[in-house]
Design a binder for this molecule. Structure first.
Ligand SMILES: Cc1ncc(COP(=O)(O)O)c(C=O)c1O
Length: 384
């Protein structure tokens, strides 16, 4: 059923209030059962399809869900020194051939992104970033009054690495999102390596952050992790997130891999939050569930192929995406498209300046969701 933005906001508000009221009355178990049933069926969006945050529509794999269930016991009453967190750190270290001191955990990778700007930028040390790109580092720098060199994407919507390298000398931090959010484009290993060597040669004190949040969605051979460069250069670190292909956005876990001194500076400059025991256990299980991550990648591949083709058939340009979202040139303001889709209970991505008047980011949901979404996109675009 179609709904207006006002109705949507009201419904979300009412939903929250109703849930609260029920949990304090006779319906406690009924409400729990309903929430569980919704979660099991994949409906956890208050009736609005959420194609706006690049989360996995499928959530964690069966092994991870089972591990969470098995560990949801009274033991969670004891958690100030939470179980599994050290185990997660050492398991990540082992997986990537590093020491535990080369792994920094955070409640999502967000606090690590924020902390790195606090650690390495200042009134005299700028941030260099692409735009549009993932904006946490940029926003943190702007809040701190740090100078930001915001470099537009190139004509193919790739991060313009040569332009970033030119601005790196003297900068505190260079942020590279690979694959890039929102454009979905990716640079291969040779290009990344040449860029890192160039920056490290011209500006050895600058820190380079390579954000690999979407690496698990890339096509085989499209990219490689920058881990070998992390091992070679003290000033290069990468971040990863469990919020994307691992389906654990609600558990809030991410990590950085880097030189112990570099990570210690980030850790000292900002709160990383406390990773909780169920989150750590879930991440530990998901980290090593390679079969499920490969299934998730293939599922996303099938869905992205279907949705990209649908937009092409409608005559729109979509750069090939290596992520779980598309950045479509609709030739109209993203806000207008968003508003029209919301009237059909579908929420697409926010504005991404400087391309907010032409491009819209659409996260990829499940197969069923995207069947419905594509029908709505067709209708909305035909009317525009
Ligand atoms: C490129 C990129 N990096 C980092 C994050 C932060 O994710 P989280 O804090 O959930 O790890 C996101 C979230 O959308 C992202 O797109």
């Amino acid at each position: 059923m179609a709904t207006t933005r006002r109705e949507f906001v009201r419904r979300i508000g009412l939903g929250a209030a109703t849930g609260l009221a029920l949990s304090h009355s006779f319906s406690r178990h009924g409400a729990q059962a309903q929430t569980l049933a919704q979660a099991e069926s994949g409906v956890f969006d208050n009736g609005v399809m959420q194609l706006n945050q690049n989360e996995s529509a499928r959530g964690p794999g069966p092994k991870t869900l089972e591990a969470i269930r098995q560990h949801t016991t009274k033991r969670v009453g004891r958690g100030y020194a939470p179980d599994h967190v050290n185990e997660l750190r050492s398991s990540i270290a082992e997986r990537f051939g590093l020491d535990s001191t080369n792994v920094l955990l955070g409640t999502g990778s967000t606090p690590i992104l924020e902390g790195s700007v606090h650690a390495f930028c200042s009134a005299r040390k700028s941030l260099v970033t692409a735009v549009p790109s993932y904006s946490t580092s940029e926003q943190t720098a702007r809040r701190m009054g740090v100078k930001v060199h915001a470099v537009p994407l190139d004509a193919g919507l790739y991060v313009d690495l040569p332009a970033l390298a030119k601005l790196a000398p003297g900068a505190g931090l260079v942020y590279v999102c690979n694959p890039n959010n929102p454009s979905g484009t990716v640079h291969g290993p040779e290009v990344i390596e040449a860029f890192v060597r160039e920056v490290m040669r011209a500006s050895p004190d600058t820190i380079i952050h390579i954000d690999e949040a979407y690496i698990n969605y890339t096509d085989p051979g499209a990219m490689e992790t920058a881990l070998p460069l992390v091992k070679e250069f003290k000033n290069v670190f990468i971040t990863r997130s469990f919020s994307k292909a691992h389906g654990l956005a609600g558990m809030r876990i991410g990590f950085a891999l880097g030189h112990a001194d570099t990570l210690a500076k980030i850790n000292a400059s900002w709160g990383m939050g406390d990773v909780n025991m169920l989150g750590a256990l879930a991440a530990l299980t998901a980290l090593n569930d390679d079969d499920h991550i490969e299934w998730e990648r293939q599922e996303n591949y099938a869905i992205k192929t279907f949705v990209m083709q649908a937009f092409k058939d409608m005559g729109y340009e979509v750069p090939y995406t290596q992520t779980n979202h598309l950045f479509v040139n609709l030739g109209m303001p993203a806000s207008k498209f968003r508003e029209a889709c919301l009237a059909h209970d579908i929420l697409v991505g926010r504005d991404f300046p400087p391309l907010e008047n032409t491009h819209c980011r659409i996260s990829l949901g499940s197969r069923e969701e995207m069947q419905r979404a594509v029908a709505v996109f067709r209708e909305v675009l035909a009317q525009s």
